[in-house]
Each structure stands twice: as structure tokens, then as C-alpha cells.
Ligand binder design. Structure first.
Ligand SMILES: O=C(CO)[C@H](O)[C@H](O)COP(=O)(O)O
Length: 261
């Protein structure tokens, strides 16, 4: 459902833009991310246990939740962060935090994505937090994904960005080879994600990320995901299949809210 200008205006208010100004013609990608994040914060109610996502879009949502708590518009929130980075941000904002051990059921999680397909399947993990994100978002009653419209793809892998796979560091090249072989029909190239100067990127869990670049569409996503997870030493993959209950897309023409059928 495309939401018209009035809906977009209310998000603009949330961004504290003056209504007396004419609407800006072009919004930056970060402004669109912020609009989606602020809209998602409207789903938050006092007393909720909240999954707090990771990345530049989720960061806006966490900021907004912190602001609403400070203003007394929300209270009694418990946040479950999906990364050390989000944990630090939420702590600095005074959001009370806990974990899945103490709160195995989460009311609502809000997080970004790298790709969203027409069935609301996602690719996540460019910030490297896919394992904790999948654990937290897999434990929530409602998962609201927030994106700007550039993240919409016809099929997963369609943006040309890599599909991230978290692997144990032990013999990662061996596993990168296994992953490449699994997707050889899709023209797969497998590369280790580097932090800088050839130093591997290390996840919050002490693992590496192998990035799969696929030239052709993956057939059955569930079958592909299961095959990836059967490789010993693979910890998790970045496809979030059938997990998002709602996707909020902010674009130049307004906000679109897509709900799982
Ligand atoms: O999955 C993620 C982190 O692991 C992020 O949510 C995803 O990469 C989107 O990031 P951004 O909001 O910065 O575009």
C-alpha cells in the first residue's frame, strides 16, 4: 500500500522539519532511512521487550526509542541488542538492556536489511551482525524491517551485493571453496571480508565472513540456505527467509508498509 504525502509529512514532523518549509524535492538515502526508522518507532509500546537491530538504519530507530524514553512517551522498555555496537549505542542512550537468556521471547524487533525481495525475504549482514540478528529476530513475535527504497530487489542477490556467510576462522579457505562449489551454477565468487589492509573482518562472535557474489539467481532459497548450513564450520548465512512480518520502505514518493500475507 503506497501511503500518500500526508503520511510522509508526519514522518517529516518526526524529523523536526518545519512544516512551513516547502517539502524537499530530493531526500538523501540517510534521510529516507531515518523516515523508515521513525515510522517503525511508532510500533513500539511501553512495556515491550525490543530487539534492537544493527546498521545505519537501525541506528536511527534506536536513537528515536532513546528519545521517546527520555521524553517519557515510552517507559518500561527492555532492549535486546543484536551487536556490541548497538549495545554501546543503547547504553549511551540509557535504554535498559537484557539478553535472550533472560528474555527468550521478544515482542518486536526493528532492523535494517541489505536486500528485500517481493516476498519480504531479506539479505542482511553487511555490518557483520547476521548471527545475533538472526537469533534475536527469530525469537520475536513481530519483526519490522526498515529500508530505503534502494534495498528493494526482484530476487535475493539482485543488487549485486554479496551474500554474507559467517564461518569459523579455522580453515576458512576450505569452507569458502565448499561454498563456491555449492553455487557454481550461479557463477559464484567467494571472498573473505577484510577489515583493512588484508586483515580479516572479525564478527562479534570471533568469526570471519565469506562473501558470495552470485551472477545468477539462486533457485530455491530454503534449499540453498539448508545446504549452506550443512557445511561444518559454517555458523550462519545472511538470508532471512520468511522472518520479516512487516517491511517499511521509505522512498521519494512516501512510505510503503508491506505486511506478510
Ligand atoms: O544486516 C545488517 C547488519 O548486519 C544491517 O541491518 C544491514 O546491513 C543494513 O544496513 P544499513 O541500515 O546500514 O543499510
Amino acid at each position: 500500500m503506497a501511503i500518500a504525502w500526508s503520511e510522509k509529512t508526519s514522518s517529516m514532523e518526526a524529523l523536526s522539519l518545519s512544516l512551513s518549509l516547502p517539502p524537499p524535492v530530493i531526500l538523501t538515502q540517510d534521510e529516507l532511512k531515518k523516515i523508515a526508522a521513525y515510522k517503525a518507532a511508532e510500533f513500539v509500546e511501553s512495556g515491550m521487550v525490543l530487539g534492537l537491530g544493527t546498521g545505519s538504519t537501525a541506528k536511527h530507530a534506536v536513537d528515536r526509542i532513546g528519545e521517546l524514553l527520555r521524553q517519557g512517551k515510552l517507559n518500561n522498555i527492555i532492549g535486546i541488542p543484536t551487536s556490541k555496537q548497538t549495545q554501546e549505542q543503547a547504553t549511551s542512550l540509557g535504554i535498559p538492556l537484557s539478553d535472550l537468556d533472560s528474555h527468550p521471547t521478544i515482542d518486536l524487533a526493528i532492523d535494517g536489511a541489505d536486500e528485500v525481495d517481493p516476498h519480504l525475504n531479506l539479505v542482511k549482514g553487511r555490518a557483520g551482525s547476521l548471527l545475533r540478528e538472526k537469533m534475536v529476530e527469530g525469537a520475536c513475535k513481530k519483526f519490522v524491517c526498515i529500508v530505503d527504497e534502494s534495498k528493494l530487489v526482484k530476487h535475493l542477490g539482485g543488487s549485486g551485493l554479496a551474500l554474507p556467510i559467517e564461518v569459523v576462522p579455522f580453515c576458512w579457505k576450505f569452507n569458502a571453496g565448499k561454498l563456491r562449489n555449492l553455487f557454481q551454477d550461479s557463477g559464484c565468487v567467494a571472498k573473505l571480508r577484510n577489515e583493512c589492509k588484508g586483515r580479516p573482518f572479525v564478527t562479534d562472535n570471533g568469526n570471519y565472513i565469506v562473501e558470495l557474489y552470485l551472477k545468477r539467481e539462486i533457485g530455491d532459497l530454503q534449499v540453498a540456505g539448508d545446504a549452506i548450513l550443512r557445511i561444518a564450520g559454517v555458523v550462519e548465512h545472511g538470508m532471512f527467509l520468511d522472518m520479516a512480518t512487516t517491511v517499511i520502505v521509505a522512498g521519494e514518493l512516501g512510505i510503503t508498509i508491506k505486511n506478510k500475507q
